[in-house]
Design a protein around this ligand. Sequence first.
Ligand SMILES: O=C(O)CCC(=O)C(=O)O
Length: 289
Amino acid sequence: MGILHYNKSDLPFNDSMLRSWENDGFLIINNFYSDLECETLKNQANYLVKNFDYQNHQSVFNTNKQNKVKDDYFLESGDKIRFFFEENSFKENGELTNDIEFLINKIGHAMHDLDPIFINFSHKKELDDIAKGIKINNPLLVQSMYIFKQPRIGGEVICHQDSTFLYTIPDSVVGFWIAIEDANIENGCMWADRGGHKEPLRKLFKRKNNILEMETIDKTPFKELTTPLEVDKGTLILLHGRLPHYSTHNKSLKSRHAYTMHVINGEYTYPSFNWLQRPANFPFKGFIN
Ligand SMILES: O=C(O)CCC(=O)C(=O)O
């Protein structure tokens, strides 16, 4: 059976959506954001990139290299707006290999609380209603990422579960992923399989003395995923924190921009080993407060 696509006009959140979510571990809602909202966010992301002074901040994001990492620029980005490059973005002399807007892998991780356009896009009553519909009683936004998946060079995101990176006790993280451009097999859409969230959590990404280390907690290998989540611009996809998913290298000539917010249940404990920490005077907020 194919995958279900709901539409924004099917909201408010209903029992059929809840059943899909509980069975599949993901939920697709087409047309959640308008073309204008997507274009406005894309323009703002490009504006931020063009105004980024990269001279002292040449941090590369590569999900194949997360076993033991020391990267203070990344580690301190939980309450900031920071920029991460694709591999091979720099020449030996430190100059860029192309214009900066074609080299950034992603921006993270607090635009949802710091940038007016991103704040407007991220804080919505409908998102709060959906979060509560999937039983996150006190939804808190912990991180946001704007992912460019650049034409030709946009790197793969290897198979992972989001609870690995943002853990609560018990685990509760959910990804709210939005296609800012059409996403398909050619330009590196995400892949996941229905019911994958029923499998165990495999790894925890832990901060230990400001070094990031991947710890294996369950050795069950990931199955080969067979379902491309091809969606149009404006689509919202919810991803359960234990759902294995990945996206491939973008070999096409078309970018595949996406914006993703990760939400936890604020009723649960957020351990100090999570890489992303906020200072006490800048706490996580919900969708509507
Ligand atoms: O957009 C992508 O390619 C991957 C995003 C992802 O894995 C996530 O948001 O958890």
